[in-house]
Design a protein around this ligand. Sequence first.
Ligand code: 4NP
Length: 154
Amino acid sequence: MTKILFVCLGNSCRSPMAEFVMKDLVEKAGLSERFQIESAGTYAAGGPVNPPAEQKLAEHGISCAGKFSRQLVKADYDRFDLLIGMDNLNLVTMQDLFDNDPEGKLHRLLDYTSDPRNIEDPWYTRDYETAWQDIEKGCRGLLETLQGKRNDRC
Ligand code: 4NP
């Protein structure tokens, strides 16, 4: 069982999209029982998924019903094997919270692709299509890495 926590700032746009894209990918691969997948925010307020993010998932046949944002907490470090941020700010915040990542669990989603960079926050850019494409590419790269099919990150 691999336990993955996707992390962004508000847990209402990028990390919930990553959570439900990844759940969809592992389900389609017949691997759901091998993964526990959740998401959290470094400053999350407990609200629902932002409607344009929910809509972008729905366009691709993916439901995020029942998801409410939740605050990242220190105990998450022990609960999960991989804590995957969307941008450098998420990583810096997690490094602080998790005592500089002694077990090497912190990663950035697009570092699992051949195009390693931040995923811009659509809360500010309003560009949910680009966020969708980046998140889908990152989740595919992550799954391939976990299946041993690519070597960007382990
Ligand atoms: P996210 O985007 O980090 O991708 O969920 C944001 C969502 C909400 C806020 C900021 C970013 N906010 O300030 O409420």
